[in-house]
Design a binder for this molecule. Structure first.
Ligand code: TMP
Length: 217
């Protein structure tokens, strides 16, 4: 049976490398689709034709030199396009948008990881997001050695994964600090556990939100 919502819901998945974001968001996508919800599943960087090009430059291309400032602008350029081309129209149509990574990743990776100025990130990010904010962020938390081992098992390391352990520890610490600042919106789920148990916790957070905006009768 088709399920309707009283507004679009923007749900993002975040976490350090190898936290299992896409595994859980894919599973959730299938479950919600089966229950009759209208859903858009997407990710950053990516999600649009421009975003796919930017993703390639940011993560895969070794021959391109990239200063930290250029890196920040590229993530925000990807987001500016993604918000306008895909996220806003989907939310306007009262759909659920599931997005692997969004702006919390920039504060964690470029802010805490690279040590870039937070006020600068905030300013650029406000231009890119244009008022779009997640209704819920599921932060899948995993310790760095476990996450990096999972990422390694998936295939060759990308540009981010090749950064040193300290960078990745700073990113994880950053995510947890950001979650502590916004405990209602950024929900931490321990992701080192058995995969079904992790999924149950993810589901609990997401369904808690959806129930509040379900159209009845
Ligand atoms: P993933 O899609 O496999 O998670 O890879 C995306 C990578 O890009 C990951 O290492 C996190 C990183 N990233 C940032 O550094 N800043 C950002 O704003 C976003 C969206 C991702």
């Amino acid at each position: 049976m088709a399920q309707e919502l009283t507004k679009g819901l923007f749900i993002t998945f975040e976490g350090p490398e190898g936290s299992g974001k896409s595994t859980h968001s894919k599973r959730l996508y299938r479950d919600l689709l089966n229950e009759g919800y209208d859903i858009t599943r997407t990710s950053e960087p990516g999600g649009t034709a421009l975003g796919e090009g930017i993703r390639e430059l940011l993560l895969k291309t070794d021959s391109v030199r990239l200063d930290n400032m250029s890196e920040l602008f590229l993530f925000e350029a990807d987001r500016a396009q993604h918000v306008r081309e895909m996220i806003k129209p989907s939310l306007k149509a009262n759909r659920i948008v599931l997005c692997d990574r969004f702006n919390t990743a920039t504060f964690a990776y470029q802010g805490y990881g690279l040590g870039m100025r937070m006020d600068l990130i905030e300013e650029l990010d406000a231009l890119a997001t244009d008022g779009v904010r997640p209704d819920l962020t599921v932060l899948l938390d995993v310790d760095v050695p476990t996450g990096m081992a999972r990422a390694k098992a998936r295939g060759p390391a990308d540009r981010m994964e090749r950064r040193d352990i300290k960078f990745h520890e700073d990113v994880r610490r950053g995510y947890l600090a950001l979650a502590a600042l916004e405990a209602e919106k950024i929900r931490v789920v321990a992701a080192g556990d058995d995969i079904d148990r992790v999924y149950d916790s993810v589901k609990k957070e997401v369904y808690g939100l959806i129930e509040r905006y379900k159209r009845t009768g």
